[in-house]
Ligand binder design. Structure first.
Ligand code: MTE
Length: 330
């Protein structure tokens, strides 16, 4: 992103943010034992979540999910430690430091929460979080997340394909794009006063990208509801695109005919394109995208990984861009 970020290492998570590995594994075993898949668990868990300490990993409400059968949804790579995923974040509404979201995002109110659906759909309106939670069957999907800054993580998300929501609101024939908007909470989000940003955070996808089964509407990760810093209560995860397309804490979907301009395009269209598909051959104007650093593999002798075309999801999504010049449509 335009903001200068330490690229040699990353902020040390504060002690209170870290769940020791053993405790984390124990908690996973406990969650597994709980997993009977009772449909009500998600909702009951949700109601309880605000009573729990939201910013402390390992203390959130469980969210039951089955394993995904969507092609490409379950990478076999080792998942990144929960402590890293929840302490090294980009959520600029809470500040530009990697540790700012974990420190501050607990102040964002996530109840009540609803999503407005506007524009070129037959069924516009407001959908409450409880109804959203029931719209699709919760699945666990293990996705690589590749940030445009050059780091990556592997995260077990929980959610369902965004297509379930889109089908429910019935786009009109003229709808070609979906725009997403993040919550603005002046009280909780000091980053809204950061100069140079045109808030709210918005992102957009072409309708066929939004309908692709891999495009996930995520409500949880690591067996639990999403921590605030990771985009509670619901966010997008588009695994073949740079992480900034995966917009957090969504409050609005707008179906439109013309390609919307996203927040990052407004900041620097030459650096952050509309498509932003992960591509090792198309460098960012200020740095190479050929390699990446996997969070958790830092250290003197850690190797850099080769960036994969479409972040490794080419077999699933390559055809969406058949015939397109990916250098021009970066
Ligand atoms: N969504 C909002 N609303 N605000 C943000 O600043 N940052 C994006 C994306 N979604 C961002 C956002 C970027 S740059 C990345 S890399 C991912 O969230 C990071 O997600 P994570 O913190 O869960 O790893």
């Amino acid at each position: 992103m335009l903001i200068r970020i330490r690229r040699d290492g990353f902020d040390e998570p504060s002690g209170s943010d870290i769940t020791p590995r053993a405790a984390y594994l124990q908690r996973r075993a406990w969650l597994k034992a709980l997993a009977g898949g009772a449909a009500g668990t998600a909702l009951a868990g949700w109601a309880a979540r605000d009573a729990l300490a939201q910013s402390r990993p390992g203390k959130l409400a469980p969210l039951a999910a089955g394993k995904s059968t969507v092609a490409g949804a379950m990478t076999m790579e080792k998942t990144t430690d929960y402590a890293d995923v929840t302490s090294y974040n980009n959520f600029y509404e809470f500040g530009t430091g990697k540790g700012d979201p974990a420190r501050r995002a607990h102040a964002m109110k996530t109840q009540p929460w609803s999503v407005d659906v506007e524009g070129l759909v037959h069924k516009p309106g407001r959908i409450g979080l409880e109804d959203l939670l029931k719209l699709g069957a919760m699945e666990e999907r293990i996705y690589r997340l590749r940030c445009v800054e050059g780091w990556s993580m592997v995260i077990p998300w929980i959610g369902y394909s965004l297509s379930a929501l889109i089908q429910r609101v019935q786009p009109q024939g003229s709808a070609r794009y979906v725009e997403f908007v993040t919550r603005m909470d002046e009280q909780a989000m000091p980053g809204l006063r950061t100069p140079g940003f045109d808030w709210p955070y918005t992102e957009a996808l072409r309708l066929d990208e939004a309908m692709h089964p891999l495009t996930l509407l995520a409500f949880g990760m690591y067996g639990e509801v999403l921590p605030h810093q990771n985009g509670a209560p619901l966010r997008l995860v588009v695994p073949w695109k740079y992480g900034f397309k995966s917009i957090k804490s969504i409050v609005k979907l707008r179906f439109v005919e013309q390609q919307p301009r996203t927040l990052w395009q407004k900041i620097g269209a030459d650096e952050y394109g509309f498509y932003s598909n992960v591509n090792p051959d198309v460098d960012h104007p200020r740095w190479s995208q050929a390699t990446e650093r996997r969070i958790g593999e830092d250290g003197l002798f850690s190797r850099k990984r080769k960036t994969l075309m479409f972040n490794g999801y080419e077999a699933q999504v390559g055809q969406l861009y058949a015939g397109m010049d990916l250098r021009k449509n970066y």
